[in-house]
Design a protein around this ligand. Structure first.
Ligand code: HXC
Length: 258
């Protein structure tokens, strides 16, 4: 892989978009590599995935404008579908994902971050969907995920104006869940990922699925989704061990089910 790297340590994976000369902008090669790297994530080993960009200046400065410039209508749709399919794969990855955003997360970069479960950022982070200033709409899910994450009114204000949002505002509107000095960001992302990775993997994945699938259903259907996933946990050794340890007042055994 030229532009997307994956490393793993102690149950935590780190996926890095690495095209720093173009501020990690997403051309079709980067997106295809991201697709392949997501397919290669070993779910037996990796229990939480951090998604980040190389360097301190940008997480991802958007889809590659030079590459998009000459697209036809059909090619534009195809490029949107390419990114949408991969970002949906990231969003529905069975394990939790944490975006660690340092610097610019614009256009496709903001959309990439919004496809993760949780977003942490540096004090220098800048988010935004500048597309309408370029004569296009967001095309990698921004119109949909931003409205779901921060509500339609706030999202429309940002999407219509192309206004950039700095880290403190991103925190206050719920676009990110934590802001840290640049030098602390990755350590905080690792701490969070390790804490998640320390819980029963099957249960954590079931929570992710329950929240994601439930948000797309009405409440009557959503609670049934939860019931089924809750029930499925009782087929795991981890549930038996952990509850047994509590009742018998002994130290729980490490989780084994992946
Ligand atoms: C291609 C990009 C790029 C991008 C930066 N670069 N962003 N190349 N596509 N989105 C390249 C620059 O051309 C330059 O290359 C190098 O990265 C450094 O960028 P500079 O502009 O020189 O840096 P700076 O002056 O510090 O400005 C940083 C910036 C600016 C504010 C982030 O680069 C910027 O505005 N970028 C575009 C942001 C944007 O509009 N994103 C949304 C794109 S639309 P050279 O070779 O000159 O050194 C989008 C749609 C998604 O994402 C949906 C598609 C379906």
């Amino acid at each position: 892989m030229e532009y997307v790297k994956l490393s793993a340590e102690g149950g935590v994976g780190i996926l890095t978009i690495a095209r720093p000369a173009a501020l990690n902008a997403l051309n079709d090669q980067v997106i295809r590599e991201l697709d392949q790297v997501l397919d290669s994530v070993d779910l037996q080993q990796i229990r939480c995935l951090i998604v980040t960009g190389e360097g301190e200046k940008a997480f991802v400065a958007g889809a590659d404008i030079g590459q998009m410039r000459g697209l036809t209508k059909e090619q534009g749709e195809a490029f949107g579908k390419l990114g949408n399919d991969v970002f949906r794969k990231l969003e529905t990855l069975p394990i939790p994902t944490v975006a660690a955003v340092c610097g610019f997360a614009l256009g496709g970069g903001c959309e990439l971050a919004m496809s993760c479960d949780i977003r942490l950022c540096s004090e220098t982070a800048v988010f935004g969907q500048p597309e309408v200033g370029l004569g296009i709409t967001p095309g990698f899910g921004g119109t949909q995920r931003m409205a779901r994450l921060i509500g339609p009114g706030r999202a429309k204000e940002l999407l219509y104006t192309a206004r950039k949002v700095k880290a403190p505002e991103a925190l206050s509107i719920g676009l990110v869940q934590g802001v840290y000095p640049v030098e602390q960001l990755m350590e905080e992302a690792r701490k969070l990922a390790q804490r998640i990775a320390g819980n029963a993997p099957i249960a954590v994945r079931a929570v992710k699925k329950a929240v994601n699938d439930g948000l797309q259903a009405d409440m009557d259907q959503a609670i049934v989704i939860e019931e089924k996933l809750f029930g499925s946990c009782f087929e795991t050794q981890d549930q038996k061990n952990a509850m047994g340890a509590f009742v018998e007042k002994r130290k729980p055994e490490p989780f084994v089910n992946c």
